[in-house]
Ligand binder design. Structure first.
Ligand SMILES: [Zn+2]
Length: 250
């Protein structure tokens, strides 16, 4: 069981609820964000992506997902029952940065092997999910940044749940750095077989705190429960449990 606590909003004085482990809390009455530990206003840019689907729209997305693709049982849409549709605004840190990797490695696919050196230059809007534990697939998630607006609590549905950040800004930057470095190591695999030296220079341009909408859907099919996560901004299915088409046969 999660026990919510609350502090007074530093702008409107209203009660702002938060859960253990959360670092910032956003007021549902005025949209202001407070740093829980100090009670001070949050001083970074806070953005929002809007949800474009109501429950009916979401249901039709789920139905079309159920009827598309080869892997799904033919009776999936007919025999499934939607049990839960929860709209959640997830917290992210969005890191806009130039990333330059200087590397040295050995190309072993030819004989004799040769030493290769070079640089990899990229620009990223790198997204770090600001929650410690979650089954949200951030790597599959292409943030539709064109739709980003300044955080506006009035645009958030009353029934939606808003999760707060559990990760400090500096920690998120460090996570972004590690993930970008891992990504560059992955990209370099086509040029180098063995990396002997690698240095990442990350030139951070901007960091924004962002809330983005995701629908967490639960459905029942032949007595078992399955989950789907749908991007509320684009309607893309980010993750979906697919019952085996042999399900229920044996
Ligand atoms: Zn407030």
């Amino acid at each position: 069981m999660v026990i919510a606590q609350s502090i007074a909003c530093s702008r409107c004085g209203g009660p702002v609820e938060f859960e253990p482990g959360e670092l910032f809390a956003t007021c549902k009455y005025c949209g202001f964000t407070t740093v829980i530990e100090t009670g001070q206003p949050f001083s970074f840019e806070h953005s929002l992506l809007l949800n474009k689907y109501d429950e009916a729209g979401l249901e039709s997305l789920v139905r079309s997902w159920m009827t598309s693709g080869f892997l799904k049982p033919a009776d999936l849409v007919r025999k499934s029952k939607l049990l839960e549709k929860n709209l959640v605004y997830l917290p992210f840190w969005l890191v806009s940065a130039e990333a330059k990797t200087t590397y040295k490695g050995i190309f072993e696919r030819i004989s004799p092997p040769v030493v290769k050196e070079g640089t990899l230059d990229k620009e990223y809007n790198w997204l770090v999910l600001a929650r410690e534990a979650s089954d949200f697939p951030s790597r599959e998630y292409n943030v539709p940044l064109e739709g980003k607006i300044p955080y506006d609590f009035r645009r958030i549905e009353r029934f939606a749940k808003i999760l707060n950040s559990e990760i400090e800004r500096d920690e998120a930057l460090e996570i972004a750095r590690q993930q970008i470095e891992a990504h560059h190591r992955f990209l370099l695999q086509k040029d180098v077989d063995r990396i002997i030296d690698l240095r990442l220079e990350l030139n951070m341009k901007q960091m924004v705190y962002l809330h983005a909408p995701a629908w967490f859907v639960k459905f029942e099919y032949k007595g078992s429960l399955f989950k789907i996560i749908v991007d509320g901004a684009t309607g893309a299915v980010l993750k979906g449990d697919i019952p085996s088409s042999k399900f229920g046969v044996f």
